[in-house]
Design a protein around this ligand. Structure first.
Ligand code: TXA
Ligand code: MG
Length: 329
């Protein structure tokens, strides 16, 4: 199969719509990362996603809908705070997990009773969702375990030959996947941290829990138990307070003949103007936005990426650290 990248336009959206309505899959941009989309009501189409990615069959998919789509068609909204969350943060990088009405097929939710739903704010993605007017299930458009893609070219690099069309909507600005929030109970619970932070949810709902994923637990968000986001080169991760050790490691690896790169915030890279660095920016939002792009750039030029952690786990840093530990830890 020949994979084409087409700039997102009325014409290419129409083409994507035709592919999706006939049971095919399409690469689509969102404000977080690129997704691999299929009609969530079509079992055969959904199975293709799992095949293409090599995704474990117990890891459910998120359904994406446009902002005027009636969620009551797909799920039971049982908690009143959900309406406040929708008003505050949707469309945007927030995914809500509800009890499903089973309109989205069982293959997409891996036989589970819940459905994760989100409304992307990316303009082109919204255009596509409006055109198909169906729930499109979409995981990140990478091979399972690899780093998530934030450009159409990243999708192509992983999935070339496995799908017909990738819509190019530019670089994803969010850079890390949506916050996944369980809203089936009295207190919402973060299953995967992201750009909509615990603090932002507390501001609207009053309280918010964070799911702990201990080994041996029955995992509520199966995706979190798998190796994830791994670039193709070697990696190491140092605490922010140990950045000097990261620099020493760089010197050691370089002396051993390896192509080493630091991956860190600009304020750390600035201390070592002579070391090669994948610079992430300074604010947490910048760092989230650049993280996967730099990992995917790094795997092409480095034998080892030596990453430096964020100083804490507050706000967006929680989501960044979740990804950094999995990709580089
Ligand atoms: O930003 C995003 O969320 C991106 C873009 C493409 O929308 N999508 C994404 O999908 O990250 P994926 O499949 O790579 O990750 C979905 C996460 C996994 O950790 C999965 O286990 C969890 O959401 N999830 C999906 N459905 C769930 C459900 N019903 N209950 C609990 N967790 C669920
Ligand atoms: Mg993923």
């Amino acid at each position: 199969m020949i994979t084409e990248i087409k700039v997102l336009s009325e014409k290419s959206v129409d083409e994507a719509k035709k592919i999706l309505l006939s049971g095919g899959v399409v690469g689509m941009p969102t404000e977080t990362v690129y997704g691999l989309a299929a009609d969530g009501t079509n079992s055969q189409a959904v199975k293709k996603i799992f095949e293409i990615k090599g995704r474990p069959s117990d890891n459910p998919l998120i359904a994406h809908v446009h902002k005027d789509f009636d969620l009551n068609k797909l799920v039971y909204i049982e908690q009143d705070y959900v309406y406040d969350l929708i008003k505050a943060y949707m469309p945007g990088p927030l995914t809500l997990v509800f009890k499903s009405k089973n309109v989205v097929c069982k293959e997409a939710v891996c036989g589970g009773q819940t459905l994760a739903v989100r409304m992307p704010s990316h303009k082109g993605c919204a255009q596509l969702l409006k055109a198909v007017n169906l729930p499109l299930v979409a995981p990140s458009a990478n091979l399972s375990k690899h780093t998530s893609p934030v450009t159409a070219k990243h999708v192509y690099d992983d999935l070339n030959g496995k799908l017909e069309l990738i819509l190019d909507g530019g670089k994803c600005l969010g850079g890390i996947e949506s916050t996944v929030l369980d809203v089936t109970e009295k207190t919402p619970r973060i299953l995967r941290a992201g750009l909509i932070t615990k603090e932002m949810i507390e501001k609207v709902v009053g309280s918010c829990e964070i799911a702990e994923h201990k080994s041996g637990d029955k995992v509520k968000s199966p995706g979190v138990k798998y190796t994830h986001y791994k670039p193709k080169c070697q990696t190491a991760l140092y605490e922010e307070s140990d950045y000097e050790q990261a620099a020493a490691r760089y010197e050691k690896e370089t002396a051993d003949g390896k192509r080493a790169y630091l991956m860190c915030a600009d304020y750390i890279a600035d201390k070592y103007p002579n070391l090669k660095a994948l610079r992430l920016g300074n604010t947490p939002e910048e760092i989230a936005s650049n993280l996967y792009d730099k990992l995917l750039e790094g795997e092409k030029i480095a034998d080892i990426i030596i990453a430096v952690a964020m100083p804490d786990e507050k706000g967006v840093n929680m989501g960044i650290m979740n990804r950094l530990r999995k990709s580089c830890g």
